[in-house]
Design a protein. Structure first.
Length: 276
């Protein structure tokens, strides 16, 4: 096993940079970090930052793209919990393997992996979870899905067993475990963030009265709290860490203590403030 040296993080690559979180991070990190943006189907709008179109499923196409980077924030993938296995296999499993493999080949010091709170939904939900990583009411209500609600009493902890309820959630567990392997074998720092529900308009009350209201009120993640978590992930010195990234919601049922202590976050927003 190689000895990993402490690295000053300045050059950061972001996969899936055209997505909701990608756009938020691009805007928030560009003053402090030298960013390189990666996209595939949807082009990144920002023309002032280096960007590359790359299909992460193709190992040859990704080869060399991470040269010189200190950190890769891996956001890209199929974000729909109801996607078929073929899509999840290619976009979330094969692509994630390619990202980690290229990161270690290129000498990247840290990978920040976008996981999901859904890896433990089996013990917290009845019905179906949010079918999209970011909520769009018109799109969601056009889907014929059964309503669902939070049924968990008490807190779920990081030490509790995973209970994924979709191929999507299974793929995120794969990414977390792959990260553990690359951390142990290749000495890459890996931070896996189990992200909550974040929307472009940053207002969880936009789903009031819809089938996902209970979910969003428990899992809401504000843009401000999201940015803080990723900034702390860039700064923290730790071999491997899994952390919840959710705002300070009254209805949340994940125990945030360990995540806040180890990652150094202090969530400030609360979904209930939008429902008063």
């Amino acid at each position: 096993m190689k000895t990993r040296k402490k690295t000053i993080i300045k050059k950061v690559g972001i996969t899936g940079a055209a997505g909701t979180i990608g756009e938020i991070l691009t805007q928030s990190l560009s003053d402090d970090y030298d960013l390189t943006l990666f996209y595939n189907h949807t082009e990144v709008k920002n023309n002032k930052i280096k960007k590359f179109k790359v299909n992460l499923i193709d190992a040859e196409e990704i080869r060399g793209k991470f040269e010189g980077l200190d950190t890769v924030i891996h956001l890209a993938g199929d974000r729909k919990s109801h996607s078929p296995w073929e899509s999840i296999l290619n976009k979330n499993i094969i692509a994630t393997y390619n990202v980690f493999e290229e990161a270690q080949r290129a000498g990247v010091a840290k990978v920040i992996f976008a996981s999901t709170n859904m890896v433990q939904h089996g013990q917290s939900m009845l019905g179906e979870p949010n079918p999209s990583a970011s909520y769009d009411v018109r799109r969601l209500e056009s889907m014929k899905l059964a309503p669902f609600f939070v049924r968990h009493k008490g807190y779920i902890r990081l030490s509790d067993p995973p209970t994924p309820n979709s191929y999507y959630a299974v793929s995120k567990l794969f990414g977390e475990n792959l990260g553990w392997y690359y951390s142990r074998i290749f000495n890459i720092q890996v931070i896996a963030l189990r992200i909550g529900s974040i929307g472009k308009n940053d207002d969880p009350s936009s789903v009031k009265g819809t089938m996902i209201e209970d979910y969003v009120r428990a899992m809401y993640l504000s843009k401000r709290d999201c940015v803080e978590a990723f900034k702390k992930a860039l700064e923290v010195e730790i071999d491997y860490l899994v952390a919840y990234v959710i705002s300070d919601n009254d209805r949340r049922f994940f125990d945030m203590k360990e995540s806040m202590e180890k990652l150094g976050t202090n969530p400030k927003d609360n979904s209930e403030d939008y429902y008063k």
